[in-house]
Design a protein around this ligand. Structure first.
Ligand code: NI
Length: 257
């Protein structure tokens, strides 16, 4: 079964048909989903989703674009949520210099604090990094993120940068971008990375794969990503599904052991 490691089903884009869509996951081969929080409201909504649906797990944290809402109180709330049985990661956390909504120093301080929280709570991290390659790597190294474990979500950097993270023992999240015409760099990364370090993800409702590019995304589109990875790696789609599922179980479900 496909293990979807990054979706935002709390997003209002799913308000009209959330229940119907989530109830159809299993019959479409989606066995597990991590709902990733980004803003304050999504912390509570992720908790609700994982309590309601057996196959939904949660990641808790504040996205760099939302870090203006962070405080010691919020950090302690995230710590409490980390201790729920179905919370499997701290995320998504990181640096975003593309939207650049918060100043770099503030982003960096809370990125480091959330990494430290993950270490204390013995959870892996889900990293968001956009147009911030050098600073993200610097923080990840200085916080010894390899010891914490985690995934670079929607990996968008070069093969050389991928090598840095793979050498730290981290995983790469691969989604719909792989099907885009201009995804040459990402195809190189997928060809280069060992199969046991790739995770499937959508970032739903964003980043729908071709031929649905620009439309609302959902985990049901993941077979299109599986197909691309299978072609690049010379594997069957079944193998790609199975190996990425094992990878996700190893990273997220064997926690705290
Ligand atoms: Ni996301």
């Amino acid at each position: 079964m496909i293990f979807e490691t990054h979706a935002h089903y709390d997003d209002e884009a799913f308000d009209a048909d959330r229940e119907e869509l989530l109830n159809s996951m299993e019959e479409h081969g989606i066995g597990a989903v991590i709902n990733v929080s980004a803003n304050l409201e999504s912390l509570d909504r992720t908790r609700e989703l994982m309590e309601r649906y057996p196959f939904i797990y949660g990641a808790v944290g504040l996205h760099p674009d939302e870090i203006g809402d962070m405080s010691e109180t919020v950090l302690e709330k995230i710590r409490t949520l980390c201790r729920l049985e179905k919370t499997v990661a701290v995320g998504e956390i990181g640096l975003d210099y593309y939207w650049d909504k918060e100043d770099h120093e503030t982003q960096r301080v809370w990125f480091e604090r959330q990494l430290e929280l993950a270490r204390q709570e013995k959870l892996p991290v889900i990293i968001h990094s956009r147009d911030a390659a050098a600073d993200t790597l610097q923080v990840m190294k200085s916080c010894r993120a390899g010891e914490i474990g985690g995934v670079l979500h929607c990996f968008s950097y070069s093969k050389e940068m991928a090598a840095e993270y793979l050498n730290m023992g981290l995983y790469l999240g691969i989604g719909g971008v792989l099907t885009f015409k201009n995804a040459r760099k990402l195809r190189e990364v997928v060809a280069y990375a060992p199969m046991d370090r790739l995770l499937l993800e959508t970032d739903s409702p964003y980043l729908a794969p071709v031929p649905f590019r620009g439309k609302r995304n959902s985990s049901l589109n993941l077979p299109l990503v599986v197909q691309q990875i299978a072609e690049i790696k010379g594997l069957s789609p079944e193998d790609v599904t199975g190996i990425t599922e094992e990878n996700a179980v190893r990273l997220f479900l064997n926690k705290r052991s």
